[in-house]
Ligand binder design. Sequence first.
Ligand code: NAG
Ligand code: NAG
Ligand code: NAG
Ligand code: NAG
Ligand code: NAG
Ligand code: NAG
Ligand code: NAG
Ligand code: NAG
Ligand code: NAG
Ligand code: NAG
Ligand code: NAG
Ligand code: NAG
Length: 571
Amino acid sequence: MASLRVFGLILLLAAVGASAQQRTNNSQTIWTSGPLLEAVELLAVFNDSKTFVDLPLLRDAATVDASFNALPKEANGFPANSTLQDFLAANFGTAGSDFESAAPDDFSSQPEDFLPNVTDPSIRQWALQVNDLWQDLCREVNQSVMEQPQLHSLLPLPGITAVPGDRFKELYYWDSFWVIKGLLVSGMTETAMSEVRNLLSLLETYGHVPNGARVYYINRSQPPMLSNMVLAVNEAAQDDDFLAYAMPLLVSEHDYWTSEPKQVTVATAGGSYNLSRFYADWFAPRPESYLEDYQSAQGMSPSQQKQLWHDLASGAESGMDFTSRWFSNPDNITTIQTTRIIPAELNAYLYQMETNIADLADQMGNSTLAASFRGFAAARKEAINTLMYSEAAGKWFDLLIEDITQSPVSASQHNNTISYVSQYIPLWVGIADEGSAQAQAVTQSFFDSGLIQPGGISTSTYNSTQQWDFPNCWAPLQDIMVEALTSYGGEQGQREAEKIVQIWLNSNYLGFQETGFMVEKYDAVTPGIPGAGGEYTVQSGFGWTNGVMLSFLNTFGWNPEAANMTTAVAE
Ligand SMILES: *[C@@H]1O[C@H](CO)[C@@H](O)[C@H](O)[C@H]1NC(C)=O
Ligand SMILES: *[C@@H]1O[C@H](CO)[C@@H](O)[C@H](O)[C@H]1NC(C)=O
Ligand SMILES: *[C@@H]1O[C@H](CO)[C@@H](O)[C@H](O)[C@H]1NC(C)=O
Ligand SMILES: *[C@@H]1O[C@H](CO)[C@@H](O)[C@H](O)[C@H]1NC(C)=O
Ligand SMILES: *[C@@H]1O[C@H](CO)[C@@H](O)[C@H](O)[C@H]1NC(C)=O
Ligand SMILES: *[C@@H]1O[C@H](CO)[C@@H](O)[C@H](O)[C@H]1NC(C)=O
Ligand SMILES: *[C@@H]1O[C@H](CO)[C@@H](O)[C@H](O)[C@H]1NC(C)=O
Ligand SMILES: *[C@@H]1O[C@H](CO)[C@@H](O)[C@H](O)[C@H]1NC(C)=O
Ligand SMILES: *[C@@H]1O[C@H](CO)[C@@H](O)[C@H](O)[C@H]1NC(C)=O
Ligand SMILES: *[C@@H]1O[C@H](CO)[C@@H](O)[C@H](O)[C@H]1NC(C)=O
Ligand SMILES: *[C@@H]1O[C@H](CO)[C@@H](O)[C@H](O)[C@H]1NC(C)=O
Ligand SMILES: *[C@@H]1O[C@H](CO)[C@@H](O)[C@H](O)[C@H]1NC(C)=O
């Protein structure tokens, strides 16, 4: 990756010149656009594009901008590399220094009733070590972030939070669901609730939950898991005030995902259906991947560049950045077309959100609200099954919009031959009824898909070298499919789920023994090996991996024999 970056630099430094855009001294934009960002990123002052956009300001943005402007520039329009480095050292603090380690009050190194069914001493020891990691991962914003937010790319947050780890040193949206599952197993209900309150406060401020708690993540969201988190925390804490605070916000999040341009109306001969897609409000290089996005757009016309950057940001909104699934040519990221795709799993998540809100409304005694959300859910279920389900394939295909400039759109099943876990995610949320022939067909199709591998469930069957493809296995997808098979897969599904759990735990354990780390993704082919590919090196920590591991141990225990069970899957 390092050599790729340098190779790209040589090409693009010639092209950039002094294409400085209009200067702005708005503090919120110093990390998201403008000549300083462009210079730091295109000169690759840091080996990771994300480093600069995480640096807090030492003085106000207008002053910093003015002194950047006054720096001597070279022929390429940028200051000399070393000049720029001195400038950064004088004007910016250290990345991460404003999100400080915090000791969670409810942490215990020997949590009460911790994994009662895990008796194997070495596995218990491992689980306690992972439990200990919450201490490393918990953060609280520095006082200055609350008092002088304009000096920080970090967004103000009211309470403590566990971060994923490594370069992901801020709060992330969908990660949090699995982080919270783990916190609850560790008995850290207050910390879990605080993390959800942080997300709710962002939703209150921005009208949606940003991808993460940074200014450069505001214009996009991530897979909507908040209602699941509210449900999980509410079940553990039974706090009516919390629920009363959360409920109208959840309804507002539903509005966000079901309004244009995220929602599209699909017209068919049989009627019209409303479904949603990923669609970020962003048309420039992503600041945290500025150089990568800049390079991807080389040689394109300005309007093609804008479309590319929009689809890259929308791909990031999907949480699956990146996957061949979003590309028209599965090997070529510049053919990304995220906003043309109506994804099966996003609509499954929204069905789940609608059902969750209805359940919570019932719990609060608001039957009107419950009825309207049950109505939304029923309409979406019908749309998903009518438009996306393929009886021949036994799975739900994404829809591909013919012409995104039309409204309503026409769209057809995007039925290429690659298998993706996402095509089975509707099974998780009840789009096929329990015990139905459809649920059975989907379960069998999943067994035959090639996705179940010796190291876990692979994200897809295609090796594109993108990180959300073969051979990478991700913790949240293991959890989703294990729950799907357990709830809707019948007896065979339950057996296979148990096996997948043990395969996954075994891989996590081998990796931990080998390296001392839990990582963000694992290899599907060889248990214990970290995953690879994509825009950055594999990250350790790691919030959602720890969460799923603790949750699996809590629900299924440690049962290595199950990993060698003979099951329905041909190997
Ligand atoms: C930039 O800062 C100057 C001086 O602080 C101020 O007068 C001007 O309005 C600011 N411009 C913008 C676009 O914020
Ligand atoms: C600028 O300096 C950094 C850090 O020393 C280095 O990695 C990078 O390659 C340099 N950029 C250029 C264009 O020489
Ligand atoms: C990037 O730089 C950081 C610190 O500047 C260093 O710790 C890290 O090893 C470097 N990573 C790579 C991939 O070169
Ligand atoms: C933390 O906040 C205090 C009080 O506002 C401030 O003095 C200090 O510089 C801040 N530290 C960082 C790293 O932002
Ligand atoms: C039910 O919820 C809706 C939407 O939040 C709210 O407007 C309404 O007042 C609630 N009704 C009752 C009886 O609480
Ligand atoms: C789709 O959504 C629009 C806007 O919310 C609404 O007016 C329309 O009735 C919906 N159509 C269907 C088929 O539900
Ligand atoms: C982010 O969203 C705001 C509000 O819609 C918009 O004004 C701004 O241009 C967007 N930023 C980018 C880079 O697209
Ligand atoms: C990737 O796709 C772009 C846009 O269609 C094209 O210009 C480029 O040549 C392709 N690159 C490769 C390696 O195929
Ligand atoms: C995709 O759909 C087309 C048209 O319905 C059909 O002819 C083709 O066999 C399908 N391909 C796959 C892989 O399902
Ligand atoms: C995936 O493709 C890359 C690039 O061709 C290759 O280096 C890697 O070994 C492949 N991985 C697997 C598991 O086949
Ligand atoms: C734990 O073990 C007990 C006793 O064997 C059993 O009743 C219980 O169902 C198990 N719990 C879980 C979560 O597996
Ligand atoms: C499961 O199989 C693997 C190799 O296939 C073997 O190393 C391991 O000991 C087996 N585990 C059990 C509990 O039989």
